[in-house]
Design a protein around this ligand. Structure first.
Ligand code: ASP
Length: 298
């Protein structure tokens, strides 16, 4: 068994995911339960209802899940739902669709017996929004600090894989904006027998390059998870040169439990958990990518 999760909060999410697998749960159960830990942590400002709001002062959330039998569920721009990752799983399990957005997703949550209630902004959310509204130039924040989506990969005891992602997206975004995190193939992807990949960071550049799919496809063609991460970041810089100015962090894992991680800027942390331990790491970043061919490394 092995689990990986983005950023510092990945440690607590992994802890829960490992517990779920140890108790006989599936990789899908593990990533959903793990992500829910972060969603319910009120200190998190980029995941769940305590996340930074959009420019209208409302928190809207995106989440998705995918299992290695190519089933997937996703929700985008949902408000008032404390656990959008659970809602994404319900979309997968209880509808013929992959993705529900906005009001339709909220109505579905209610039908599923989930509480849908807009929560008033807390003091810090209000203060940060007010400060942002005072600025002369109001562009949604695109910097290296405010991308802390939780994205997870799990390999369970019976050798199955699943991925999940959940986020409040870009701080003070234009209402209705959706990033990469709930887009299957962009923010997350898994293919049976090949491996899985997830992303965090500026969603717009990951959406335009189908990051997670690109990494899994590289693994399908024989690259190791680390080489697949490197191949993607190189390609990102070629396809979108301005991506060098933003932060994107990626994780990949194959069925042998080999792991890969890389980011554009320094400072991308991620947690790796096994039956023995659960530790935080900091990834290599663009400047560390060696010049030799990624195919030569494992
Ligand atoms: N990828 C997310 C988005 O663009 C942000 C993040 O990773 O924190 O919505």
């Amino acid at each position: 068994m092995k689990v990986m999760a983005t950023w510092n909060h990945g440690v607590a999410a992994n802890e829960r995911a490992l517990q779920v697998i140890k108790q006989g749960g599936s990789a899908m159960d593990a990533v959903v339960e793990g992500c829910m830990v972060t969603e319910l942590d009120e200190r998190q400002r980029s995941v769940g209802l305590s996340g930074w709001p959009d420019s209208d002062g409302r928190v809207s959330l995106d989440a998705a899940v995918m299992s290695d039998d190519s089933r997937a569920g996703s929700v985008a721009c949902v408000r008032g739902v404390a656990n959008p990752v659970q809602l994404a799983r319900r979309v997968m399990d209880h509808t013929p669709h992959v993705m529900l957005v906005g009001e339709g997703a909220e109505r579905f949550a209610q039908q599923q017996g989930m509480l849908v209630r807009d929560r008033a902004l807390d003091h810090e959310q209000r203060a940060r929004l007010d400060a942002w509204l005072q600025q002369a130039i109001r562009t949604p924040l695109v910097n290296v600090e405010n991308h802390d989506t939780i994205s997870m990969i799990a390999l369970d005891a019976s050798g199955r894989m699943a991925v999940a992602s959940t986020t409040s997206g870009l701080a003070f975004k234009i209402p209705g904006r959706v990033g990469d995190s709930p887009i299957i193939g962009a923010g997350l992807f898994v293919e049976r027998g090949v491996g899985a990949a997830v992303c965090t960071g500026l969603g717009e550049v990951v959406q335009r390059t189908m990051g997670a799919y690109a990494m899994v496809e590289s693994m399908r063609q024989g690259l190791s998870p680390q080489a697949a991460c490197e191949a993607f970041i190189r390609r990102l810089h070629v396809q979108i040169p301005e991506s060098a100015e933003c932060q994107v962090g990626v994780l990949a894992m194959d069925y042998g439990g080999r792991a890969g991680a890389l980011s554009v800027q320094s400072g991308f942390t991620y947690a790796v958990g096994t039956a023995e331990d659960n530790t935080l790491h900091e990834s290599a970043f663009t400047q560390d990518i060696k010049q030799d061919s990624p195919r030569n490394r494992s």
